[in-house]
Write a protein that binds this ligand. Structure first.
Ligand SMILES: NC(=O)c1ccc[n+]([C@@H]2O[C@H](COP(=O)([O-])OP(=O)(O)OC[C@H]3O[C@@H](n4cnc5c(N)ncnc54)[C@H](OP(=O)(O)O)[C@@H]3O)[C@@H](O)[C@H]2O)c1
Length: 326
């Protein structure tokens, strides 16, 4: 495993990490989570990603129970949560969803701590921007979570570059804890935010990246080339919004061409796609996902592919994918 600093912070994270979106509670129970967390830790993974909204809180419960059963030393792992969407889906949801106001954030933090069974969460994120709340209010709340010892570092997810910079400047002005990392989608078909929009932020404010969906939800493994397999994310209830992308003909044809490039390197196309995201030095960690142990093991093998991405290989990958990338 390789380790990288999380942006300008002193915290070192494994270049491949493991997340729990869709999988925990729906496809992965506590026993399976325990097995996969242990396998990941054995391979050197030290960061495990979560969010309040994943399985409406149950993903945090599953991860908390599995980690408790594993009895890991607290210094050996980094866990995260993210706040924005809230848990309320019925009745009066005012201040309970789609917000980054102080009241919601402080109570969401306490709820996540309780579900995870932890005294603090290492990384906390504002899961989306909230144009209804002044950025200054959000920055104070996130910084206060750290001052109170409930979180160690904070960041954003899918925020526009201008909002990240504004948050950093507010924190600088008031001597508050600054945002350290952003969590954007980054894969062969989704590149512009990381490569263009955020370009200035890496040097200017030392932004670190914990990127998501390196396989574009599984598309980049080639599993959707002949339709939607019954046991795949594309067939999971509530995931229909992904189907258009997963079954996109041009993208699936590109994945077939990438498989040939991967074959020449002696790796799977999924490993090639994950290694490609890790190859970008602006990426602190690539958050992978897996619904079963074999997938996790396959994905962790991508570490050995990173060094094989020579300029010639990268040019071949670009040739096949760049026109399809957003
Ligand atoms: N901040 C955000 O807004 C945000 C959004 C999304 C995700 N995330 C984070 O990023 C993490 C990773 O995202 P992701 O789960 O979308 O990652 P991904 O790597 O793009 O997709 C993972 C899914 O692809 C399939 N898969 C993985 N490895 C495979 C393999 N070797 N062979 C065949 N199929 C394989 C599995 O689904 P099936 O087996 O069910 O097909 C797996 O759950 C999430 O868990 C979450 O922590 C954050």
């Amino acid at each position: 495993m390789q380790y990288r600093r999380l942006g300008r912070s002193g915290l070192q994270v494994s270049v491949l990490s493991l997340g729990s979106w869709v999988t925990y509670h729906n496809q992965v129970d506590v026993a399976a989570a325990k097995e996969m967390l242990a396998a990941a830790m054995d391979a050197g993974v030290n960061f495990f990603d979560n969010a309040e909204v994943y399985a409406l809180g149950k993903s945090e419960t599953v991860m908390g129970e599995a980690i408790k059963a594993l009895n890991w030393p607290r210094l050996s792992y980094v866990v995260s949560s993210k706040f924005f969407w809230g848990l309320a889906r019925e009745g009066n949801t005012i201040n309970r969803r789609d917000t980054l106001n102080r009241k919601y954030l402080m109570q969401a933090m306490d709820g996540s701590l309780q579900r995870m069974g932890l005294d603090f969460i290492d990384l906390v994120y504002c899961h989306r921007p909230d144009p209804q709340t002044p950025i200054e209010e959000t920055v104070w709340a996130m910084s206060d979570m750290i001052t109170q010892g409930k979180a160690l570092y904070w960041g954003t997810s899918e925020w526009p570059a201008a909002d990240i910079r504004a948050a950093w400047e507010i924190a600088e002005r008031h001597h508050l804890h600054k945002p350290v990392m952003e969590q954007p989608q980054y894969n062969l078909f989704c590149r512009k935010r990381v490569e263009v929009e955020y370009a200035r932020l890496y040097e200017d404010i030392g932004l670190g990246l914990t990127t998501w969906s390196p396989l574009a939800s599984g598309l980049l493994t080639g599993k959707y080339r002949d339709g939607v397999p019954q046991d795949s994310r594309g067939a999971v209830k509530g995931m229909d919004f992904l189907l258009k992308g997963l079954t996109d003909e041009a993208k699936n044809a590109a994945v077939a061409q990438l498989a040939a490039v991967a074959g020449d390197l002696g790796c799977t196309v999924g490993q090639l796609a994950i290694a490609w995201t890790a190859h970008n030095p602006r990426v602190s960690t690539v958050i992978t996902g897996a619904s079963r142990l074999e997938q996790l093991k396959d994905n962790l093998g991508a570490v050995d592919t990173i060094a094989k991405l020579t300029p010639q290989v990268l040019a071949k990958i670009n040739e096949v994918t760049v026109a399809l990338a957003e």
